[in-house]
Design a protein around this ligand. Structure first.
Ligand code: ATP
Length: 326
């Protein structure tokens, strides 16, 4: 549904997006993640046809936003980071105004405006001035205008930024409800939001793609040497000493007592090796049964920090991390 091929964007010679390629399939809900200034808004503006790329090609439902802006705009509902507000307009007047801009035929206009208000729970606020609405309600208005024209694709730029916790829950619920019928690309630097809403995640940093995977797989894919957690029926000191001698093992740490006489261990493997067979044989030989053996995956937040810190200098990194919220 959305395809980017080697897209780059430069502002006055400075690169904001660099050789970015990815695809979003029909019906997918994809999180677009990156620290502040990574290039998320720029990429979304290029996809929606609000600005052309400096290089590369975008396709949306088979149309190029530069060559066929009208075809593309009619298929996209865009919630910009700062939706334009018309404080002096009522909700209803504003949505009618947007329907005109989107050239929705008159006979469908009333139905579509009513439906957009219903889906975003704006009915009771229809006659209120936008300037008098809370930020959460204004965000609903932004979503409602994105839904007008019944576009198959929704591009949502930081949809919950600046909202209070209750409003965040409501907007997320709304996005969840909308996601069934739409292809959604949602940018965020709020990791739990992406985890809660998106089946796949694309992570960019400094305008470049740094990771792309199903949300639940990202934790497995980034660690070079793996980590294992074990519970062994043995005393901590002896077992640590024995396992530390294995060539596949980089580091062993006793992290607690699971029960009396049982030790919980964290084992870091040497990069590129799988220490599980060696652990099994060494512990069996010593007569220490393994009661549990797991390979915990990293949280999305750990993955994000790992990827972003790998790519940036310490000073840039300190600045970039301000954008990460748990
Ligand atoms: N109109 C512009 N003119 C010049 N530079 C710009 C312009 N818009 C964005 N940039 C720069 O391009 C880079 C990417 O910005 P962009 O807004 O796309 O990032 P972002 O990931 O959306 O960040 P944020 O989460 O802070 O919105 C940044 O370095 C930014 O300063």
């Amino acid at each position: 549904m959305i395809r980017l091929e080697h897209v780059s964007k430069r502002y006055a010679g400075r690169s904001a997006v660099e050789d970015l390629s990815f695809e979003v399939g029909e019906g997918e809900v994809v999180g677009f993640l990156g620290p502040n200034g990574a290039g998320k808004t720029t990429t979304m503006r290029i996809i929606t046809g609000y600005m052309p790329p400096s290089e590369g090609r975008v396709e949306l439902a088979g149309f190029d936003p530069v060559e066929n802006p009208t075809e593309v705009k009619s298929r996209i509902g865009y919630l910009p980071e700062n939706p334009p507000v018309y404080p002096e307009m009522t909700v209803l007047a504003y949505l009618r105004f947007v329907s005109d801009l989107k050239r929705i035929p008159r006979p469908q206009r009333t139905r579509q405006v009513e439906q957009a208000m219903e889906r975003t729970d704006l009915g009771p606020a229809r006659g209120r001035l936008i300037g008098h609405l809370s930020r959460g309600y204004r965000q609903r208005v932004g979503l409602a205008q994105a839904l007008l024209g019944e576009p198959p694709v929704l591009i949502l730029d930081e949809p919950t930024v600046g909202l209070d916790p209750q409003q965040i829950i409501e907007i997320r619920q709304l996005i969840r409800e909308l996601s069934g019928a739409h292809t959604v690309l949602l940018s965020s630097h709020v990791l739990p939001e992406v985890q809660a809403l998106c089946e796949r995640v694309i992570i960019i940093n400094r305008g470049r793609l740094v990771a792309e995977d199903r949300t639940e797989n990202l934790g497995h894919s980034v660690r070079s040497g793996g980590r294992l957690e074990l519970v062994v029926r043995a005393g901590g000191a002896q077992v640590v000493q024995r396992l530390q001698q294995l060539p596949e093992v980089e580091r062993v740490e006793a992290v607690g007592e699971a029960a009396s006489g049982e030790t919980r261990l964290r084992v870091d493997e040497r990069p590129g090796s799988d220490a599980r067979p060696a652990l099994f044989f060494a512990l069996a030989e010593a007569g220490w049964p393994i009661l549990e053996l797991t390979r915990p995956s990293l949280s999305l937040e750990e993955v994000f920090v790992h990827l972003v810190t790998q790519e940036t200098t310490p000073e840039e990194n300190a600045a970039g991390q301000e954008g990460v919220s748990a």
